[in-house]
Design a protein around this ligand. Sequence first.
Ligand code: ADP
Length: 220
Amino acid sequence: MPLIIVAGFPTSGKSTRAKQLHAYLSERIQSSAGGSPPKYRLHLISDQTLSISRSVYDLASLPAHTRSANASEKDARASIYGAVKRVLSDKDIVILDGLNYIKGWRYQLHCESKAVRTPSCILQIGCSKDKAREVNEERLAKQQEQTDPDSAHDEQEGPYSPANWENLVFRYEEPNPMTRWDSPLFTLIWDDDEAQTKQVFDSLWDAIAGEGRKVIKPNQ
Ligand code: ADP
């Protein structure tokens, strides 16, 4: 089954929503099985599950002319791609929690899912720049308070350096639902409550596993 690509600004709440979606889907998979073996397996892939550090996205330390060839980010993308490719199939739902901010990258993932005849969709996390920046700043402040290295946050909780954060927001290529690779597009915003979140997850399920699921033909 399908690939769900989470996209959004850094520290906009992507992992929080990805975990909520994971909980929702595992329940939905169980309940739709009705006692028989579940039809789908579920996977959550993120920078954290692959131990990819926030710093791989940091261009601030690189000279301008080498930025487009940021090797660490390319390596990170290669491991994410490999991890998705290993599990993606018609029977596997993959939630890819990450920045996924490059249009060409989302296109590549869309093609990968098409190659295994399974749908892909985007879950966009809408959050104002100011709110997301505030979350990062709070994390930076917390990190500075910590003196005991043993109590350090794990990478997922870790902040981005301010320049890295600003740069990622600047480079963010917003999903465009008019393109094949960014559709169907589902959006959750910071203030969406439980009921609204469930509604979005219900439509997402319908599009990828229910009545609304598109038949993927190789020439589509
Ligand atoms: P990201 O994965 O984009 O870096 P996280 O999911 O880790 O962001 O969220 C950043 C912080 O914001 C966390 O402390 C989380 O608890 C909080 N948070 C995320 N989404 C929401 C929300 N919708 N409402 C309130 N707090 C949230």
